[in-house]
Write a protein that binds this ligand. Sequence first.
Ligand SMILES: Cc1cc2nc3c(=O)[nH]c(=O)nc-3n(C[C@H](O)[C@H](O)[C@H](O)COP(=O)(O)O)c2cc1C
Length: 189
Amino acid sequence: MNKIKRRSVDPVFSMCVQPSFIIGTNNEDGSPNFAPITWVSATQEEDEGYLLVISMFGTKKTKTNVLRTGIFSANLVSADMLPLMDYFGSRHARDGRKDGIPYSVSRGEKLDVPVLDQSRWVYECEVAHTLETGNSATFFCRIRGIQMDERLHCGDIFDVDLTVLDPVVYSGKYHSLGKVLGNIGDFLK
Ligand SMILES: Cc1cc2nc3c(=O)[nH]c(=O)nc-3n(C[C@H](O)[C@H](O)[C@H](O)COP(=O)(O)O)c2cc1C
């Protein structure tokens, strides 16, 4: 077995292999807002099934909407959704509606949250616990509903063919499974 030759560097990198989700929330006036969030993971609470763990920093609208309503959708980003990811991530809801790019929205099936029609896997989430650290809030959320692409045929909970979902993996750059797709901004029109 090869021993990888590594070098020590200062702990300034925050490299973490991150899944890409676009979070859908309700504004005060009921209009939808979407923003990419990649600090997403999962854990479990006794007898409560999975909890989605998601972290948001600063004062972004997505965060204040989740704090206010306690519900949101997490729309998995497939490679064909990168223009949406870049667009939603480069705009702030406080600067106006994010309607400069075409996309269509439905409502959740379990919760009253906005859902992106283009997403192949959608979680409908309700916050169970919130942990504040500095200017970040980490939400531990019950998954109230999952909508999955009809082309997926999952035998059990561990049997999900990611190639059907074609998820974007984020590390500071965007990747597909096995392929570098580019950097933030490459997909802005
Ligand atoms: C690739 C990417 C990943 C991001 N991940 C996060 C994240 O994990 N947590 C976070 O708080 N913001 C994250 N952001 C930043 C928000 O998406 C961005 O601030 C957005 O404009 C917020 O929109 P809003 O003000 O409408 O909520 C990410 C942005 C991009 C482009």
